[in-house]
Design a protein around this ligand. Structure first.
Ligand code: PLP
Length: 390
């Protein structure tokens, strides 16, 4: 492949572009992970990551992708044959369901249409019916990266509380952390799963479990086999800033920098920026005469927008045209949405002009690929961005 001038536009909903400051922070010799210098770094990132989850409880950091942290949440808290309630919000909920089933858990899947978030009332009804308390955990994906739909986690918590059911509450915010509003403690989540390569702006390679006292208690009784994922040796080593096995040292340099950047901008400002860019994107999509996949106004993702193409149009062909012509990667339709949708990532290290460049690429791509649409989407986004913001 020959050199392409300018920056590639990586507008998939994660991994998101890694800012230069983070790349520079990682470009530093790997240090002794058992030496004194490391403990300072370990303590700093273990404290900082708690602020990202809005929790006072411990956060475990694994050298693994998000899938590993999914598995860790389950094997630390549950035993073979335990019943788990999950909600079919999209492809990632489906994959978590598959993983849980492979671990020997008995998973009940509340069906969904991939255009709405988890339904708090359906969860409450299922828990209410579980009079002998067989369900040990409720697992929900907060920001469904395959659909661009968020689940209302605080409302799910209220629904669980309303039934007085003792099930653990586990949430995947792999693509929501540091880009969509998330409050581990306030929302009473027992285990939150997240990853590095989305709102934290890091490369893939580390992932997280944020815990609660209730989750730690459940871990004392849980008998699913675990070794690498075991929280106990992690927490014991983390107490002095270390890890029980070799951590992803250079990614931790990056994490320290990422937390610093997010706090310099202000986490609340970061979240507001994502909301504003998501709104501008939806305005563009509607001006093109295309459909946003998410059907509930309260559940639009601030992280990505999924666009449904008219019947008979091939979204993968459109993405190919946009990649070839404009050097921009957009997210593919996953699972049963394959070929039907494309996903615009607007997360992480972006500003108004990055977003407008992205939307320009989409609008030009729609024309080049012959997808029926109206022009003026970029114009609509520009009008919104220039009327709002600082
Ligand atoms: N859950 C969600 C919501 C995701 O977006 C992803 C990845 O994109 C995963 C889980 C799986 O994480 P990973 O691919 O890092 O293993």
């Amino acid at each position: 492949m020959s050199y392409k001038s300018g920056r590639h536009f990586l507008q998939i909903p994660g991994p998101s572009p890694v800012p230069d400051r983070i790349l520079r922070a990682m470009d530093y010799p790997t240090i002794d992970h058992r030496g004194p210098e490391f403990a300072e770094l370990g303590k700093e990132v273990l404290a900082g990551i708690k602020r990202m989850f809005k929790t006072e409880s411990p956060v475990v950091i694994y050298p693994a992708s998000g899938t590993g942290a999914w598995e860790a949440a389950l094997v630390n808290t549950l035993s073979a044959g335990d019943k788990v309630l999950m909600c079919e919000t999209g492809q990632f909920a489906t994959l978590w369901h598959e993983l849980a089933t492979k671990l020997g858990l008995e998973v009940e899947f509340i069906p969904g249409d991939w255009r709405h978030g988890a339904d708090p009332e359906a969860i409450a009804a299922r828990l209410q019916a579980d009079t002998d308390r067989q369900i040990k955990a409720v697992c929900v994906v907060h920001n469904e990266t395959s659909t661009g739909v968020t689940s209302r986690i605080a409302e799910v918590r209220q629904a669980i509380d309303g039934t007085r059911h003792p099930a653990l509450f586990m949430v995947d915010t792999i693509s929501g952390l540091a880009s969509a509003d998330y409050r581990h403690d306030e929302w009473g989540v027992d285990v939150t799963v997240s990853g590095s390569q989305k709102g934290l702006m890091l490369p893939p390679g580390i992932s997280f479990n944020a815990l609660s006292d209730k989750a730690l208690k459940a871990a004392e009784q849980a008998t699913l086999p675990k070794s690498y994922w075991d929280w106990q040796p992690m927490l014991a080593s983390n107490a002095t800033g270390y890890f029980p096995y070799t951590p992803a040292t250079n990614l931790l340099y990056g994490l320290k920098e990422a937390i610093g950047m997010l706090e310099e901008e202000g986490l609340e400002q970061v979240l507001a920026r994502h909301q504003r860019h998501a709104e501008a994107t939806r305005r563009a999509v509607r001006a093109w005469g295309l459909e946003v996949l998410c059907l509930n106004e309260q559940e639009h993702s601030p992280v990505l927008t999924t666009v449904l193409l008219p019947e008979g149009q091939d979204a993968d062909q459109l993405r190919k045209v946009i990649l070839d012509r404009f050097d921009m990667s957009l997210g593919a339709g996953l699972g049963k949405l394959k070929g039907r949708v494309f996903r615009i990532g607007h997360l992480g290290d972006i500003n108004d002009l990055t977003l407008l460049g992205t939307l320009s690429g989409v609008e030009m791509g729609l024309a080049c690929a012959g997808v029926p649409h109206q022009s003026g989407g970029v114009q609509a986004a520009m009008a919104y961005l220039s009327d709002t913001g600082a």
